[in-house]
Write a protein that binds this ligand. Structure first.
Ligand code: PA5
Length: 456
């Protein structure tokens, strides 16, 4: 057994004749492989032009040194690290914390956290959440890591202003500065300006790395490293996957296989809803991260798939009926993990058949069996699904998974014919918000009040 086994992808439940009506081998080897080859070339060209910086993050050794230095020194002065960041600037940290720090990290005692800080991620500028959090924190023991690539996102800037004020009221202006760390663009934006004029420490997000592709940059690495995560192993896993995805030949490129099959399922068989369903609570946030990555990268020009984050077995009692018998417009991406530790289910009530069969098994075993059974039930109904299998929720395996999904996303961009790196659709809402909030240079728009007859 290698020290760091590969994650495995099983797409047999997408392929005919195993899946009735699935992708034919001839199509996979023919038109699909050709289309993938063209998408691969486009990505390779953009990478060469320096536009796709996320591919290079696993090899950015200076960044890791800097992040680890800060996380192991400065980061350990605090009991709570609070990330203020939204979208790609918050979901990466959430994913890393939930997967790699494990369940209930913030609820654990100092000893059970090995004295690493708690990690909280605040994305929504909801006053109830922010007030409740601040009521709970000690400003003297809290670091705010303000994460914004642009340094101008309204939600994050508003949270920064509110928390800065709160820390200053608690500790005074001078001391407050030592409770902030900015993660932002190397040269532009308000955060960069404030940092330079006030001497606030910063980490840079490379210019060619956008929010949703930034989890393996200082955006995700600092908060994870501050909580003791082995970020070098995470990056090594990402590098291993990057190396596995260097082939132009579809069958040899796991990210290509994912992208090509999901794209074909949508455009050729109407399976436009892509449900990401890990059978592990530790991967719940990975599903949310994937949802944002897939939606914001591919939902463009009137097209694109609809991703849906879910978790097994919980959503077997919520979504599964729809997946089994609803419209045939979905693909389910299962994720399973190999577990070393299980919780035994004791043998009690041998007289009760409804309980007796569970005794002698494990909770993790039950989850895994349910995943396999659900995949098979879907297949028998002609419902497409595929499985990603992680050899444990380790930093290495998660690094592989994150890189796999990011590379699949940029290939899918090529296949759908859209630019996966931009997000023009969110700009209008931002501009209208600026106008309504009175930002200089932005006109307050007239909001169309609609027709009063349709208000009830
Ligand atoms: O993926 C993206 O680019 C977005 O979701 C951004 O991460 C999000 O809008 C926050 O942007 P910023 O990091 O500039 O504050």
């Amino acid at each position: 057994m290698p020290e760091h086994p590969d994650i495995r992808i099983d797409v047999s439940n997408m392929m005919a004749p195993h899946l009735p009506g699935g992708t034919e081998r001839a199509a996979f080897e023919g038109g699909m492989a050709d289309r993938f080859g063209r998408a691969f070339d486009e990505v390779a060209l953009r990478r060469k032009r320096g536009e796709m910086g996320f591919f290079d993050l696993p090899y950015a050794s200076e960044t890791v040194d800097q992040v680890e230095g800060l996380a192991n020194g400065f980061g350990q002065w605090f009991e709570d690290v609070v990330v203020l960041g939204i979208g790609g600037s918050g979901l990466g940290s959430l994913t890393l914390r939930d997967a790699l720090c494990g369940p209930l990290w913030n609820e654990r005692s100092d000893e059970k956290r090995d004295h690493f800080p708690r990690l909280r991620i605040i994305d929504n500028p909801d006053p109830d959440t922010v007030r409740a959090l601040l009521d709970h924190l000690d400003p003297a023991r809290t670091l705010f890591n303000v994460v914004s690539k642009s340094g101008s996102t309204a939600e994050t800037m508003a949270q920064y202003l509110a928390t800065r004020d709160w820390v200053e009221r608690g500790l005074g202006e001078d001391e407050a500065r030592g409770h902030f760390l900015f993660t932002t663009d190397p040269g532009r934006g308000a955060l960069r300006q404030i940092a330079e004029s006030e001497g606030i420490p910063t980490l840079s997000v490379p210019e060619n790395v956008g929010g949703r592709f930034s989890v393996l940059s200082s955006v995700g690495l600092f908060p994870a490293a501050a909580c003791g995560v082995d970020v070098r192993a995470l990056l090594a896993g990402a590098a291993a996957m990057e190396a596995r995805c260097r082939s132009r030949k579809l069958v040899d490129n796991p990210a290509g296989v994912l992208a090509a099959l999901l794209h074909a399922a949508h455009t050729e068989s109407g399976r436009s809803v892509h449900v990401f369903m890990p059978y592990a609570d530790r991967l719940r946030s990975l599903a949310l991260w994937f949802q944002q990555l897939w939606a914001e990268s591919l939902g463009k020009e009137g097209g694109g798939p609809t991703p849906l984050a879910s978790v097994g077995a919980t959503d077997q009692h919520s979504l599964l009926q729809l997946l089994m018998e609803g419209p045939r417009d979905k693909v389910v991406l299962f994720a399973g993990i190999e577990r070393e530790d299980d919780v035994d289910i004791p043998e009690r009530h041998p007289e009760m058949p409804g309980l007796a069969y569970l005794g002698g098994h494990g909770l993790g075993e039950l989850l895994d069996v349910e995943r396999a059974a659900t995949a098979e039930a879907l297949r028998r109904e002609g419902r497409a699904n595929l499985s990603i299998q992680l050899p444990g929720v380790t930093p290495h395996a998660l690094g592989q998974s994150l890189m796999l999904l990011q590379i699949a996303t940029v290939y899918a961009g090529g296949l759908y014919g859209v630019d996966p790196l931009d997000q023009p659709g969110v700009e209008l809402g931002k501009t209208l918000t600026y106008g309504l909030m009175g930002r200089d240079g932005f006109e307050a728009p007239e909001l169309d009040a609609g027709d009063p007859r349709w208000r009830f």
